[in-house]
Structures are given as C-alpha cells and as structure tokens.
Design a protein around this ligand. Structure first.
Ligand SMILES: C=CC1=C(C)c2cc3[nH]c(cc4nc(cc5[nH]c(cc1n2)c(C)c5CCC(=O)O)C(CCC(=O)O)=C4C)c(C)c3C=C
Ligand code: FE2
Ligand code: FE2
Length: 365
C-alpha cells in the first residue's frame, strides 16, 4: 500500500545529527512580467492569512477581477526595481543574508546549514525543508525575516512549515522565532544605518518610519503587529535621541478598500510637505530587505508625492540588507534560539565519539 508520507532515507545509526536554519521571507515573482506575477499573486492573495474574506466571496473577486488586472500593473512596477544580474531585490538580499549568516555563525564555531526560503514563489519553504533534510538536518530553526509578528506574515510562514510537516514520517525537531521587534541588536543595526545616512547626506527635519500596513481589523482581533511596530519606532527614536516631533510612524502599502492601520504613509508625507516641512528622511524598519515596497512604493511613488506637494528634499534610507551590524544582530538572534542544540563543532565531535563508544560497547555485549 503506498504511504501518504514522503519517502524517508533508511535510518542510519552512524549519521551525525545536523542543525539547519530556514531564513524565510515573503516571496517574489520569478520575473517582472505579468505572466510571472500572476501565479505569485494568486498564491499570495489566495492565502487566507493574508485576505480573511470567506473563499466563496473572495474567489470570484480574486480570479475574476484582481488576477486579470493587477499582474500587468505590478509587473511594470517590478520592472523598475529588477536588477539585470541579481533579479528580484528581495530574493537577492534574502539569499545574501542566508550566506552571510552561515559564515558568521561558522566563525563563532557553529556548524549550521542556512537556507533562504520564500513563503510565495521560489525557493519554496517545503522544497528548502526537503533540501535541509536531504543534507541530514534533524533540527531546524524557522527564522522569519519579519521583526514584528503579524498573522498575515509570520503565522503564514509557520502554516507552510506545519503543512510540510504533515507530509513527513520523520519530522525534524522544529523551533520557531516569532518576533525580534525590540531586540537590541536589531534596533542598533537600524540606528547605525540611519546615522550613516545622516553622516553622508546631512539630516532632515523629520524622520518618517514607514511600516507595511495590515487591515485595522486585525489589531482589534488581537494581532500584535501594530503594537510591536510602535515599540520598534519608540526604541529606535530613543536610541537616536529623537523627541516626539522629530519622527513619525506611518503605515504603507494599503490594499483594497477596507481601513488599514493609520496614519497612511503617502498622505502623511503630503501633509508634511503642505505644512512646510522641506526635507524628510524615510526609513522602513519593518522590512529587513529592500524590495518592491521600499524601492518603488517609497523611493519612487512616495518621493514623487512629497516633492509634488511642495517638499524640497526626500532622502530614502536603505533597508538593513547585508549591513554588518544587521548580520551580527541576526546571528545573535539565531544563536539565542539555537541554545541547547549541539551546534558547536566540539559538541558534534563529542556526539560522534559518544555514538562510537556506544557502538563499541554494544558489539561486546
Ligand atoms: C492583501 C493584503 C496584504 C497584506 C495584509 C500584506 C501584509 C504584509 N506584506 C509584507 C511585506 C511585503 N509585501 C510585499 C508585496 C505585496 N504585498 C501585498 C499585499 C499585502 N501585504 C501585495 C499584493 C504585494 C505584491 C506587490 C503588489 O502587487 O503590490 C513585499 C514585496 C515583495 C517583492 O517581491 O519585492 C513585501 C516584502 C508585510 C511585512 C506585511 C505585514 C506586516
Ligand atoms: Fe505586502
Ligand atoms: Fe505596494
């Protein structure tokens, strides 16, 4: 009788257990074309963590309207940020973070595999979990690249991992990182990014911290995202010694007609320009990598709106990407959650020796 579980390699007594980290981000299309954006959007907007409207009502809107019109419009925007050699900025930075994280943990003596994964599109979470297992990984830390927990993002990554686990006979040990919105290293990495920009370009009258939005309803239903975004902003402002009128927290990327978290980024920038603010510096602390939402929506569309409304100078401050202070922070966060797992090279050597001793003892009995 065929098994409903994925085939397992034969169990090997002498195989040493390895640890892996899955660095998860949102996802991106394969190319900046309508044909490539359509399946990506179908997967993304078909996720009931992202759009909570009952399927019976949502499916005709998604498939009958949105997926007929939005892919071409989104593709045109993706084309403006797509890198000739590296492709999607989101994928590029996520891959780079995975490579650097493995290297930095390696320098600290940890022998761990680190793979990047995307919740929508490729490399898919299930495929990367399969790849880790193939490498003999038996413990996996799921590390989403979302500092603030949201049901729409963090929980959706976890869903994909649980779905994969349902297909496995031999499930690896799993750990999940929910959040690091108030982690001292993450705040420090953001502060250093901003200070470096100020050193090179001077300082604006207002620092606008723009976070991705979510429907306001989710806040009233218990989602911590709004509060965690506010805490990140407050800690960052404290670290930069900003008083309340020197910075502003806003939410961007509204989708659909429902009310999302306020204040909205673009109308706030227009209001600032109209009130006489000549220069703004804009940073996106909730995005650990530059992507469509930061490079196009903020650095192109929002810039245009601010300048059009009478603003004089718009400074976009790049995301954390592969900055050294961010990779250090990410390594610290990972290390904190790896505690108790034998990832140090000497731990592994000790485990191997113990297994050999046990085998030798067994053979004499
Ligand atoms: C439909 C509702 C959406 C919710 C809720 C949402 C939450 C959310 N998203 C991010 C991070 C990213 N979103 C990105 C793109 C993007 N987001 C939505 C919609 C929602 N996001 C859409 C439809 C798109 C695709 C582009 C478009 O057609 O407008 C991206 C960029 C991806 C890229 O390839 O560069 C990121 C990153 C967060 C953090 C979040 C909730 C907190
Ligand atoms: Fe989004
Ligand atoms: Fe957007």
């Amino acid at each position: 009788m065929p098994s409903r579980f994925a085939p397992e390699p034969s169990f090997r007594h002498d195989q040493s257990a390895r640890t892996g980290i899955l660095l998860c981000n949102l996802g991106t299309p394969d190319a900046p074309t309508a044909a490539a954006v359509r399946p990506y959007l179908a997967e993304f907007l078909g996720d009931d963590r992202v759009v909570e409207i009952p399927k019976l009502a949502w499916w005709p809107i998604l498939h009958g309207i949105i997926l007929r019109t939005r892919p071409a419009k989104s593709a045109a925007k993706y084309a403006t940020v797509w890198h000739e050699k590296d492709g999607s900025p989101l994928l590029h930075w996520t891959q780079r973070q995975a490579t650097l994280l493995r290297g930095w943990l390696g320098e600290r003596g940890h022998n761990v595999l680190v793979l990047p994964a995307m919740r929508y599109g490729k490399p898919a979470i299930a495929a990367q979990l399969d790849a880790l297992k193939k490498e003999g990984v038996t413990r996996i830390l799921i590390l989403p690249l979302y500092p603030q927990y949201s049901g729409t993002t963090t929980a959706s990554v976890f869903d994909a991992v649980y779905d994969w686990a349902r297909t496995q006979r031999h499930i690896p040990e799993l750990r999940f990182v929910n959040r690091y919105h108030d982690d001292a290293g993450y705040i420090e990495a953001l502060a250093q990014r901003i200070e470096a920009h100020w050193r090179g370009h001077g300082r604006g009258e207002k620092l606008v911290m723009s976070f991705h939005g979510v429907p306001e309803r989710t806040l009233h239903l218990g989602d911590p995202y709004h509060c965690e975004s506010h805490k990140t902003a407050r800690l960052l402002a404290q670290r930069l010694k900003l008083n309340a009128d020197q910075y502003l927290l806003t939410f961007q990327s509204r989708f659909g007609k429902a009310k999302w978290l306020e204040p909205y980024t673009e109308p706030s920038l227009i209001a600032l320009a109209q009130a006489g603010t000549r220069r703004v510096d804009v940073v996106c602390p909730g995005f650990t990598s530059d992507c469509l939402e930061t490079l196009e929506e903020i650095n192109q569309e929002a810039r245009e709106a601010f300048l059009h409304a009478g603003g004089q100078q718009f400074e976009y401050i790049a995301c954390l990407n592969d900055s050294a202070s961010w990779i250090t922070a990410l390594s610290d966060i990972a290390q904190q959650h790896l505690q108790g797992w034998p990832t140090q090279r000497e731990d592994e050597a000790e485990l191997k020796a113990r297994a050999q001793r046990a085998r030798a003892a067994g053979s004499t009995q």
